[in-house]
Design a binder for this molecule. Structure first.
Ligand code: BES
Ligand code: ZN
Length: 634
């Protein structure tokens, strides 16, 4: 609704009306259909009209200004006018446009929407001719650009240099590069980025491994990627190789720990290739970002962006690397056409991640991860059912008029995962693996939507047996609400061991006498999450005395513990929880801990007191969410 209203209230500096437009539409669809089977590129979260005029290549020239916390840049696009239209449309958000050139000539007649849409930003229309090949936009980002987080030196580990990182997914690329900001539109890019001389810049592209004295870095990404996978990080960075095609970037203070933690990375790449075909992106590196990074990881091609909170010292949280690596197939090769189909990216990736983990660490380990993922799913689905959001428990969601971020939950991840696991178990692993491999190959560098996937699944796999479709209940899984009864949750003897110890503890066995020998991190997480919601002070103290969860070096364990004990007013955890919340900006941890405060006697007051301190350290993604959790007015 909002979007339609905005479009009609556009204030145009030139007339872009074209009455023959509609008749051309069909032909354009054909043009793109060649690229992407018969999937129409349609996206409720982009103003662009890629079926009319589309970007093919971006040459980006930028200077990062750490003083002003902005980027000053020119985005020089090679475009294709597919329909003979008289305009090309870009998404922008909070950008200040300095000049626009079309085929090398500066023009003054471009149009910006008069009023930005709070979610989608501002539409930028540039007049073009039928044979226009190039448009260039010179602009500056805003200090409040959503995608960008500029960090002061104190917010880094080294505390010497500032830092900048971007987060483009889902629709934030437009806040640092004018773009046709839809996952359905791919382009190649190159870039020249100037940064202060003592810093290093890296992108989701071919990267330097050494700093250079000039502070000017050149990048090339020859494989077409959607805008949400364009990424940049700048900081006091060093590089260390792990395997032949794998390595890590991090601050010097962090690099050794990172190299130790991610020792299995090359093995993960090899394993992934053995499962579903060649890794198509050349190198696979990870950059460890400062702790304010709002996600666990982000699958930027060739260079996964990762939170430092997965560095636990014992390599126990590296499933996240398997996850981001898996996106090199599911998501980065075969891409959801828009964010309503995000389960095609995330569900497939959780599935693939689990298979990598199984290969490397064994079935027991992978099963534990699957059970924890089931717990997440059950909790979230129950919450949605109780808060009038039942429709968001569908795999395919309706996000029109909403921020795609609102559709993010464990549903696309874990319900998606279990749907695919069910198919695997129904048809048998051999057939399923062959199918998946073929799927990644056939649709490489193309878009996918739910309907096309289901048709493809039907024709290439399920058609082999007349019962499979109904045994699985494909329609119910994809379009239905809640969790279907035939969800194939595994059992785990490892978790049974934990259950047994919990029973003994509840019956009065001393915490120090429980048999927790050689428990793994998933077992500890399962233990903490399985504790009763109501715990008394003495119980919490006993647990802490024995296991010191409050000061655990494992952020997952700490977060699970705080979430459990804060509602029970456990004062000893309060100060550590504050330290955690001020340092770490990973949203997945923040949300449950702040919510835990709201349930406790510490109350909203205390949560707000902490938040006032912590908020300046958070990326916009986390701020948006926690503002809402705490009803915070900035
Ligand atoms: N692509 C996602 C992160 C994302 C999703 C950012 C949607 C913005 C919008 C990434 O691959 C991811 O899923 N990260 C998870 C990791 C996990 C499931 C192992 C995270 O950050 O927690
Ligand atoms: Zn993911």
């Amino acid at each position: 609704m909002k979007q339609i209203f905005l479009l009609t209230s556009l204030f145009m500096l030139f007339a872009a009306c074209d009455s023959s437009q509609e008749s051309k539409d069909a032909a354009d669809q054909n043009e793109l259909a060649k690229d992407s089977m018969d999937i129409k590129i349609q996206d409720p979260h982009s103003f662009s009209k890629p079926n009319e005029a589309v970007v093919r290549h971006l040459s980006w020239k930028a200077k990062v200004d750490f003083e002003k916390k902005i980027i000053i840049a020119t985005a020089d696009y090679t475009i294709e006018n597919l329909s003979g239209t008289s305009e090309i449309i870009f998404d922008t958000k909070e950008l200040s446009i300095d000049s626009v050139q079309v085929d090398g000539k500066t023009i003054s007649l471009y149009a910006l929407a008069s009023e930005p849409d709070p979610i989608l930003g501002t539409y930028l229309s540039i007049p073009i001719q039928e044979n226009t090949k190039q448009v260039a936009i010179s602009y500056k980002t805003s200090p409040s650009a959503e995608a960008l987080q500029f960090l002061d030196p104190e917010q880094t580990t080294g505390k010497k240099s500032p830092f900048l990182f971007t987060q483009s997914q889902a629709i934030m690329a437009r806040s640092w590069i004018p773009s046709q900001d839809s996952p359905g539109i791919r382009f190649t890019y190159d870039a020249e980025v100037s940064v202060p001389a003592d810093m290093m810049a890296v992108m989701s592209a071919e990267n330097p491994t050494e700093r250079n004295a000039t502070g000017v870095y050149n990048f090339k990404m020859d494989q077409a990627v959607p805008s949400y996978l364009v990424a940049l990080a700048v900081g006091d960075l060093v590089y260390k190789e792990i395997g032949e095609e794998t390595g890590v970037y991090a601050e010097p203070e962090v690099i050794e720990d990172a190299v130790f933690e991610f020792a299995d990375m090359q093995d993960m790449v090899d394993t992934a290739e053995a499962l579903y075909g060649p890794y198509r992106w050349g190198k696979y590196d990870v950059i460890v970002l400062p702790p304010s990074f709002p996600f666990g990881g982000m699958e930027n091609p060739r260079l996964t962006f990762a939170t430092p909170t997965i560095i636990a010292g014992d390599r126990s949280l590296t499933a996240l690397i398997a996850h981001e690596l898996a996106h090199s197939w599911s998501g980065n090769l075969v891409t959801n056409v828009n964010w309503e189909d995000i389960w095609l990216n995330e569900g497939f990736t959780v599935y693939f991640e689990n298979r990598i983990m199984e290969e490397i660490y064994g079935k027991d380990y992978a099963n534990m991860l699957a059970i924890l993922s089931h717990k997440d799913l059950v909790e979230e689905v129950e919450d949605f059912m109780n808060t009038g959001r039942a429709a968001d428990t569908r795999l395919k969601v309706d996000l029109k008029g909403r921020n795609p971020d609102d559709g993010l939950s464990s549903v696309p991840y874990d319900k998606g995962f279990y749907f695919l696991k069910l198919i695997e178990e129904t048809v048998g692993r051999e057939k399923w693996d062959a199918f998946l491999k073929q799927y990644f190959n056939e649709f490489a560098f193309q878009v996918m939507n739910t309907k096309t996937f289901l048709n493809y699944l039907d024709e290439n796999l399920l058609a082999d047996s007349s019962n499979w479709m109904s045994t699985i209940g494909v329609e119910e899984w994809v379009y239905g609400e809640g969790i279907p009864d035939n969800i194939p949750v595994p059992t785990s003897t490892k978790f049974e061991e934990v259950d047994n110890q919990l029973v003994l503890w509840r019956r009065g066995k001393k915490t120090t006498e429980l048999n927790v020998k050689s428990w793994s991190t998933p077992q500890w997480l399962y233990f903490i999450r399985s504790l009763d919601d109501e715990l008394n002070l003495s119980q919490m103290e006993q647990l802490d005395t024995a296991f010191d969860f409050t000061h655990s070096g494992n952020r997952e364990i700490q977060a699970a513990w705080f979430t459990k004990v804060i509602p029970n007013n456990y004062i000893i955890a309060d100060i550590e929880a504050e330290n955690f919340l001020v340092l770490v900006g990973r949203r997945k941890f923040l949300t449950p801990i702040y919510k835990a405060y709201l349930k406790s006697e510490f109350g909203r007051e205390r949560a707000l007191e902490i938040y006032e301190k912590a908020r300046p350290n958070y990326h916009s993604v986390s701020r948006e969410t926690i503002d809402e959790v705490l009803n915070f007015e900035s």
